[in-house]
Write a protein that binds this ligand. Structure first.
Ligand code: CAA
Ligand code: FAD
Length: 380
């Protein structure tokens, strides 16, 4: 596979790098401390086209490929993964799913606003008792003729408080199991829809994660995405692409931590020389650099396959599994390279270490990625 980046892809990467350094870096520590949602930053992300990168320009999107998207995700995640998860959910789980499976009216009404950031989107699959075991949906969408009556609770929803447009997965016909599940577009403000408390998290503390409660919410039939019973396949298909975005986020966290460790190791002196001149530290840097390159190749491979319209289910899961492991290992070592300074907030690496952990949990835990990979390998 040829991974030489085009002029356009390089320009996107450079623009994202510039944005992250000038707009996200200042204030990132404070936002993390205060669990402050990056409102101004998200607004600018919308203005610059980072919220609907892959969507067709006729819906106000950027019309870019997935490779450009992962390059941008990596750059933002080097600095602020709260911003990049907001971007990832909006791009890969909401805009992509709506563009691929929604009808023209839905795209006109919702997608055109989601791509610009006028509206923010949320993807609501997980429940208190249905996380990895996602087919065990307890939320119900009872068919009432012209509308569905939605009841239940969703958990851990990214953009839960700030979104205007929610894609909610719910069970219509339990007898049909996953073939009886639907995906519905729910608007904030619909009667009976309540946003629960914001979670107090270990990492990505600027992003807002909420539970959502639905009590007899009337959702028009026109808001169902795809045919009756398509909701679970919709969610799985959408998550395949989402996993590439989270793999790119993990890659960004790892490369951000590595760059900080490399720089610090050249500046910090111990035993009369920069610590980078001690072989023990060099070995750490060598392992980090090698793992990051391997992760980058997996991420680019998955994105390139998606762009070529080929099957990328296994490659997306592999990229997420590996890049999230690399993010965790690299950030722990980056803290070690910084010594005591790594343990305080000012040096950024402790935040990257806290942020890294979520990449092994959301959009399918590492164990779930192994299940997905295993099934694909055995299919082959
Ligand atoms: N791609 C396409 N289709 C898939 C699929 C995939 N990766 N994985 C499963 N499916 C399809 C199957 O083909 C099957 O459909 P058909 O009957 O039409 O063939 C259907 O889904 C059910 O599959 P299984 O019988 O394999 O179901 P299962 O219950 O044994 O396991 C699972 C399914 C793979 C474990 C799935 O439940 C899963 O992916 N769980 C993890 C859930 C998850 O990733 N949640 C993320 C929430 S969003 C989020 O986290 C966002 C964020 O943080 C920012
Ligand atoms: P469980 O499914 O209860 O898993 C617990 C442990 O058991 C894990 O280690 C898991 O890997 C393991 N396990 C479970 N089943 C198996 C098995 N068959 N084999 C081996 N091991 C297994 N969800 C959304 O829908 N939308 C969002 O926007 C969203 N954002 C999130 C943001 C944050 C900050 C967090 C923390 C979560 C978010 N999630 C979201 C939910 C996330 O996708 C789930 O937390 C995740 O899928 C795991 O589900 P669970 O927490 O119920 O863990």
């Amino acid at each position: 596979m040829n991974f030489e980046l085009t002029e356009e892809q390089l320009a996107v990467r450079d623009a994202a790098r510039d944005f992250a350094q000038t707009e996200l870096l200042p204030g990132v520590i404070e936002r993390d401390n205060k669990q402050e949602y990056p409102k101004e930053q998200v607004k600018k992300m919308g203005e610059l086209g980072f919220l609907g990168m892959m969507t067709d320009p006729k819906y106000n999107g950027g019309g870019m490929d997935s490779v450009s998207y992962v390059l941008a995700m990596e750059e933002l995640s080097k600095v602020d993964s709260s911003c990049s998860v907001i971007m990832s959910v909006n791009n890969s789980l909401v805009c992509w799913g709506l563009e691929k499976y929604g009808n023209e009216e839905q795209k006109e009404k919702y997608l055109t606003k989601l791509t610009t950031g006028e509206h923010i989107g949320a993807f609501c699959l997980s429940e208190p008792e249905a996380g990895s075991d996602a087919t065990s949906q307890r939320t119900t969408a009872v068919d009432m003729g012209d509308h569905y009556l939605l009841n239940g609770t969703k958990n851990w929803i990214t953009n839960g408080g700030t979104a205007s447009t929610y894609i909610v997965i719910a069970q219509t016909d339990p007898e049909k199991k996953h073939k009886g599940i639907n995906a519905l577009i729910v608007e904030k403000g619909m009667e009976g829809f309540v946003v629960g408390k914001k979670e107090d998290k270990l990492g990505i503390r600027g992003s807002d994660t909420h539970s959502l409660m639905f009590t007899d919410v009337k959702v028009p039939k026109a808001n169902r995405i795809g045919e009756d019973g398509f909701g679970f396949n919709f969610a799985m298909s959408t998550l395949n692409g989402g996993r590439i975005g989270i793999a790119a986020q993990a890659l960004g966290i790892a490369s951000g931590a590595y760059e900080l460790a490399l720089q610090y190791s050249k500046e910090r002196k111990a035993f009369g020389k920069p610590i980078s001149q001690h072989q023990g530290i060099q070995f750490k840097l060598s392992e980090m650099a090698t793992n990051i390159e391997a992760a980058r190749l997996l991420v680019l491979q998955a994105a390139a396959l998606k762009d070529q319209g080929k099957n990328f289910v296994k490659e997306a899961a592999m990229a997420k599994l590996f890049a999230s492991k690399v993010a965790m290992e690299t950030t722990v070592e980056a803290v070690q390279v910084h010594g005591g300074y790594g343990f305080v907030k000012e040096y950024h690496v402790e935040r990257l270490m806290r942020d890294a952990k979520i990449t092994q949990i959301y959009e399918g835990t590492s164990e779930i990625q192994k299940i997905v990979i295993g099934r694909e390998i055995l299919k082959d």
